[in-house]
Design a protein around this ligand. Structure first.
Ligand SMILES: Nc1nc2c([nH]c(=O)n2[C@H]2C[C@H](O)[C@@H](COP(=O)(O)OP(=O)(O)OP(=O)(O)O)O2)c(=O)[nH]1
Length: 132
């Protein structure tokens, strides 16, 4: 009954995508991911996404659409991704991350994404530009 879902945000601002470098746990530290986290029992995925972006980055964001697909994560979780738009605030690495980077389209593959994020980011980039 408890689905094990991690939601990630393809957070865009001015055509650039936000990438976040994990600082923990040790086996994931240094890898880049889409900010987000685990959906709590009874929580809507979009609400979890907004909550996680507030907690982790200190920003208000609005989910704008689901990126088709889901990608398996260790521990029986799956990663689902939403596009999102920055509503207010400047993202800061408050929790879980030690660096953030806004990536222009030609910089998206300049960071070392976590394994599950490679197909997830590809799927986000495959969406029509209007979704960004
Ligand atoms: N948030 C996020 N997690 C990812 C991505 N790719 C990926 O493999 N993961 C993994 C890392 C973690 O093992 C797990 C997400 O856990 P998390 O630590 O971000 O979740 P959370 O903030 O709710 O934390 P907690 O309840 O474990 O304290 O999924 C991604 O793009 N975004």
């Amino acid at each position: 009954m408890n689905e094990r879902i991690v939601v990630g945000a393809a957070l865009y601002d001015g055509g650039r995508l936000l990438a976040a470098r994990r600082s923990a746990p040790p086996e994931l530290a240094g890898g880049w991911e889409l900010p987000g986290g685990k959906v709590e029992p009874g929580e809507r995925s979009e609400d979890a996404l907004v909550r996680e972006l507030r907690e982790e980055l200190g920003v208000e964001a609005e989910p704008t659409g689901r990126v088709p697909g889901e990608w398996p994560l260790p521990g029986g979780y799956v990663l689902r991704v939403w596009t999102a738009r920055l509503v207010s605030g400047e993202p800061r690495p408050l929790e879980d991350h030690d660096e953030l980077r806004w990536l222009a389209p030609d910089q998206v593959w300049s960071v070392d994404w976590l394994a599950a994020d490679v197909p997830a980011v590809e799927a986000a980039l495959a969406l029509p530009y209007a979704a960004h």
